[in-house]
Design a binder for this molecule. Sequence first.
Ligand code: HEC
Length: 114
Amino acid sequence: MKSMSLTIQRMTTCLFTHSLVMGSVFSGLFLLLFMVMPAIASEDYQGRNLYEEHCVACHDSSVYTRKDRIVHSFSELKERIKQCELSNDLAWFDEEVEDVATYLNNNFYHFETR
Ligand code: HEC
C-alpha cells in the first residue's frame, strides 16, 4: 500500500514537473515571439499607416513604378518624401520619413538602403 501511494506520488510529481517545464518553455517562446515580432514589423507597419493616411491624396502608387520616375536612390526617396510631406503641411520627424521610405522601398523601389 505504501509503495502504491509512493508511485502515485512520484507520478504526480513527474507530471507536475513536466507540465511546469513545458509550460515555461512554451510561454518563453511566446514571449520571445511577441518581443521580436513588433521589432521586425514595426517600421513597415508604421510607415504604411502614415503613408495610407497622408500620401494617397495627390497620387497613387503608379508614380513609384512609372518608367520615368524621378527617384533613383534611397536618399533621393527620402528627399522626395520630405518635399511631398511638407507640401502636404505635415511636419514629420526624420524617423517618420525613414519609416515611409522603408515602406515604399520594400514595396516599390527596392534600392540598397546604405
Ligand atoms: C500635395 C500633393 C501631394 C501629396 C499630398 C503627396 N505627394 Fe508625392 N508627389 C506629388 C507630385 C506632384 C509628384 C510628382 C512630381 C514630379 O513628377 O515631378 C509626387 C511624387 C512623389 C514621389 C516620387 C515618385 C517617382 O517618380 O519616383 C514619391 C516617392 C512621393 N511623391 C511620395 C509621397 C509621399 C510619401 C507622400 C506622403 C507624405 C506624398 N508623396 C504625398 C504630390 C504629392
